[in-house]
Design a protein around this ligand. Structure first.
Ligand SMILES: Nc1ncnc2c1ncn2[C@@H]1O[C@H](COP(=O)(O)OP(=O)(O)O)[C@@H](O)[C@H]1O
Ligand SMILES: [Mg+2]
Length: 256
C-alpha cells in the first residue's frame, strides 16, 4: 500500500466521544469534522476542559471515539507516524539528555551507534547539541522542552502533536521556543497539530486555527492565517487576526 500524498494526512469525520461515569454519559466531543492536509501547521485553541487533549488522545489511540472515524493517511511502514509533546517534558531523570532523546529509538530496536547519531542530530536541531551528556535536572525548563521536542522528532513521526507544550514556560522562553518550532516545521515540512489556549501563540504559529468551544466541544471556528513566514510578532495583520479570533471566540462562547 502506498500513501496518497494528495489526501489529508488526518481525516476526522463525525467524531464524537463520551465518557461513562457513575452510570452517566458525559459527552466531551460532538460531531467533529476535520481534514488536515499534509504539512499544515494546525493550531487548536479552546478553553480548559473543552476536549483538546482528548482529541489528541484519540489520534494516538489512547482514547476511543463513541462514533465517527479517524482516517490516517500515513506511511504504513512507519511504526511511529505520530509523536506527542506534553506541557511537561517527562524526561527520565536517571538517563542523560542524549539517552533520553534516543529512548524511542532504543524501543524500535535501532543499533546503538545509529541511535546516538540520530539523537545527537536531533539535539543539534533544537539548539542543544552540546548538552547531550547533562542530566535532565541540570537543564532549564525551556531546555527540557527542547529535549522533549528532540525526542519526539527522533522517531521521525509524520505528524507532531503538541499539547500546550510551552504553557508552563516564562514568556521570554516561550517566544524562543515558538520561533524554534516554527523554524523546525519549515525545515522538516512536518504536519503539526499544536494545542494551546493562548490566541497570540495560535495566530503567530498557525497556517490554520481551529477553535473548539462549548460543552460538548464542537468546532466553533476554522480560520486560515495566511501570512508569510518568518512572522513578526508586532505585525499589524497578525495583531488583527488575533483580535478577530478573540472577538469570534467570545461571541461563540456567548452563543454556546
Ligand atoms: N479518562 C477520562 N474519563 C472521564 N472524563 C475524562 C477523561 N479524560 C478527560 N475527561 C474529561 O473530558 C473533558 C475534556 O478534557 P480534556 O480533553 O483534558 O480538556 P482540555 O485539554 O481541553 O483542557 C474534561 O471535562 C475532563 O474532565
Ligand atoms: Mg488539555
Amino acid at each position: 500500500m502506498s500513501t496518497d500524498v494528495g489526501a489529508p494526512i488526518i481525516d476526522i469525520e463525525g467524531l464524537s466521544l463520551a465518557y461513562e461515569r457513575d452510570g452517566r454519559r458525559n459527552v466531551i466531543l460532538q460531531e467533529l469534522d476535520l481534514a488536515i492536509p499534509r504539512g499544515q501547521f494546525l493550531v487548536i485553541v479552546g478553553e480548559s476542559g473543552v476536549g483538546k487533549s482528548t482529541l489528541l488522545r484519540v489520534l494516538i489511540d489512547l482514547a476511543t471515539p463513541s462514533s465517527g472515524t479517524v482516517t490516517l493517511n500515513t506511511d504504513p511502514n512507519n511504526r511511529t507516524p505520530m509523536a506527542l509533546v506534553f506541557q511537561d517534558a517527562r524526561l527520565l531523570p536517571w538517563r542523560r539528555v542524549l539517552s533520553n532523546v534516543a529512548f524511542g529509538l532504543e524501543r524500535m530496536g535501532m543499533a546503538k551507534s545509529e541511535r546516538c547519531e540520530r539523537a545527537q542530530a536531533m539535539l543539534s536541531l533544537v539548539g542543544l547539541g552540546d548538552l547531550g551528556q547533562r542530566w535532565p535536572h541540570q537543564l532549564s525548563g525551556g531546555q527540557r522542552q527542547r529535549v522533549a521536542l528532540a525526542r519526539a522528532l527522533a522517531v521521525e513521526p509524520e505528524v507532531l502533536l503538541m499539547d500546550e507544550p510551552f504553557s508552563a514556560l516564562d514568556s521570554f522562553t516561550r517566544e524562543g521556543l515558538q520561533d524554534e518550532v516554527q523554524r523546525i516545521q519549515q525545515k522538516t515540512c512536518k504536519t503539526v497539530l499544536f494545542v494551546t489556549h493562548d490566541i497570540d501563540e495560535a495566530v503567530y504559529l498557525a497556517d490554520r486555527v481551529v477553535v473548539l468551544a462549548g460543552s460538548p466541544g464542537r468546532i466553533a471556528a476554522d480560520v486560515s492565517i495566511d501570512l508569510a513566514r518568518p512572522r513578526q510578532r508586532r505585525d499589524a495583520a497578525l495583531v488583527e487576526a488575533a483580535r478577530t479570533l478573540r472577538a469570534e471566540l467570545s461571541r461563540r462562547s456567548a452563543d454556546l
